[in-house]
Ligand binder design. Structure first.
Ligand code: NAP
Ligand code: MG
Length: 499
């Protein structure tokens, strides 16, 4: 089948590319022979097919990962693993343009953002390449004639399940620390966005990853994700996605007391005090909510504004939101692309209807008229939102901001923490005392002051409350893939003398 690949410009035609998954060092179809279709959200056209992996394919991958772990990988040195990660980073930098373009075509996100993602992806592999040689144990001063220490060892086969919003970057957040730790991996990308990871897998062998060390199984959650969680050779599951699926995973993993780390959703408060720099504040509210079409786990979608600047703030934010340029991600001027799928567009559109009943609309509120194709939603600002409203409590995962007024510091903290989630939060003020008081009071795993969203591989990422547990990035990220072994070496040759 040939489709006019509008995503690549009207003059270029492209075939629907047939992708295969990557198991035991080889590209392969599903054993069932089944495939699923992958779309360009800007054109709604089919751009690729991928194998619809099932339990048999997960089993092949888990067996391969298990063999690879016990038949060699476990014995590799940290330096070797580090060098592999550095080489992978180099390949990503060399293929930046190609991978960024594919990420944009597949996910809808603006190309400029996809390019940042590729840079962050490479940096993540570099960081863990360096960290591989810094995974140290500890010597412990036990009260005995002995040497006691704690060793760190890889868990074994890690199963990893990721979402569609930052496809190649989310894969890096999981693969890089697992490899640094000495684990082997079976990873399932989201069915909407498997392409960039499969493209990168073309380089796995060349950078020195032996067969079976990193396996990519494509398919949907119930078909490929659930059997991965249930597989007896998989020792740990690292999951990023919705709280709903996170609960399913935890229940299933309980059967084998499998280790689990969960990076789930959020409804993060972005708090603006009246003494904040006004222009930066308005910018920060928009950036915090609308980056990546609002398909961001840490989106600052609950905007809390102090009463004395509230009206001016809503007006300024709405005026600016209306100037955000929507369009195909491949256009460099585009600031917001389409949502990832028709399903996600419909979900967000459903919330727009809910919000229109719960609050007032300052900007957007519907689907833009200027596109006859593409899963677009207008950047939307609801205001006079009560914090108990559905659009203030439920994660929408789209370009929808709920503005909530507050009176004073105590009121802001109370509203901010009144959420089942606790992923991220931000506070904007010029008063350093107030800033730190609020930072200490917020129940969130990530807190920004006078900014929202900057994310660095050196710093821990993860949530409080229903936003999950475990931490990615930094040295915390590698901890999730390590066991701790206590060792005691007796130096006293006398009999113990008990019996
Ligand atoms: P999702 O529906 O929970 O899916 C996430 C992944 O889980 C996908 O690969 C999905 O497969 C798979 N899955 C679905 N059902 C499963 C099951 N029964 N067993 C095993 N795996 C299963 O989330 P999403 O819609 O892709 O992504 C949006 C969510 O991710 C939001 O809630 C967002 O906040 C969260 N997120 C969190 C972070 C963070 O760092 N905290 C980062 C990004 C996103 P298929 O989709 O292929 O069926
Ligand atoms: Mg899904």
């Amino acid at each position: 089948m040939t489709i006019a690949a509008a995503a690549k410009g009207a003059t270029r035609k492209s075939e629907v590319t047939r992708y295969q998954m990557y198991i035991n060092g080889k590209f392969t179809d599903a054993e069932s022979g089944k495939t699923f279709e992958v779309y360009d959200p800007a054109t709604e056209g089919i751009i690729a097919t991928c194998p619809a992996g099932g339990p048999e394919d997960v089993d092949r991958a888990a067996q391969a990962a298990h063999r690879a772990f016990y038949e060699g990988w476990k014995g590799t040195t940290a330096q070797e693993r580090g060098r592999i990660l550095f080489r992978l980073a180099e390949r990503i930098r060399a293929r930046r343009a190609e991978l960024a373009e594919l990420e944009t075509i597949n996910s809808g996100k603006p190309i400029v953002e996809a390019e940042y993602d590729m840079d962050d992806t490479a940096t993540c592999y570099e960081y863990y390449g360096g960290l591989a040689t810094k995974i140290n144990g500890e010597v412990l001063p036990v009260p005995a004639d002995a040497i006691a220490f704690a060793m760190r060892e890889p868990i074994g086969v890690a199963g990893q399940i990721i979402p569609w919003n930052y496809p190649l970057l989310m894969a890096a957040w999981k693969i890089a620390p697992a490899i640094a730790a000495g684990c082997t991996v079976v990873i399932k990308p989201a069915e909407q966005t498997p392409l960039t990871l499969l493209k990168l897998a073309e380089d796995f062998e060349a950078v020195g990853l032996p067969p079976g060390v990193v396996n990519v199984v494509t398919g949907d959650g119930p078909g490929a994700g659930a059997p991965l969680v249930a597989h007896s050779l998989v020792r740990k599951i690292a999951f990023t996605g919705s709280a709903e699926v996170g609960k399913l995973i935890m229940r299933s993993a309980a059967d084998q007391l499998k280790r689990v780390s969960l990076e789930l959703g959020g409804k993060s408060p972005n708090i603006f005090f009246s003494d904040a720099d006004f222009e930066s504040a308005v910018d920060g509210a928009l950036f915090g909510t609308f980056i990546n079409q609002g398909e961001v786990c840490s989106a600052g979608s609950r905007v809390l504004v102090q009463r004395d600047i509230y009206t001016k703030f809503v007006d300024a934010a709405a005026a600016k939101a209306k100037t955000i340029k929507l369009g195909r991600g491949l256009d460099r001027e585009t600031k917001m692309g389409p949502l990832v799928s028709s399903e996600q567009r419909d979900r967000v559109a459903g919330y727009l209807e809910v919000g229109r009943g719960e609050a007032k609309v300052a900007a957007g509120g519907g689907r833009p008229k200027e596109f006859d194709k593409g899963w677009y939603v207008e950047p939307t600002i609801f205001y006079d939102v009560d914090n108990s409203a559905r659009v203030a409590q439920e994660e929408i995962f789209g370009p929808v901001m709920s503005v909530i007024p507050f009176t004073d510091e105590a009121d802001a903290i109370r509203i901010a923490n009144a959420s089942q989630y606790g992923l991220a939060a931000a506070v904007w003020t010029r008063d350093i005392f107030k800033a730190f008081r609020v930072v200490k009071s917020l129940e969130a795993g990530i807190v920004w002051v006078n900014h929202m969203q900057p994310t660095f591989v050196e710093a821990p990422w993860g949530g409080y409350k229903a936003s999950g547990f475990g931490r990615e990035l930094g040295h915390w990220g590698v901890e999730e893939y390590l066991e701790t072994k206590q060792v005691f070496i007796n130096l006293d040759e006398k009999p113990i003398g008990w019996y």
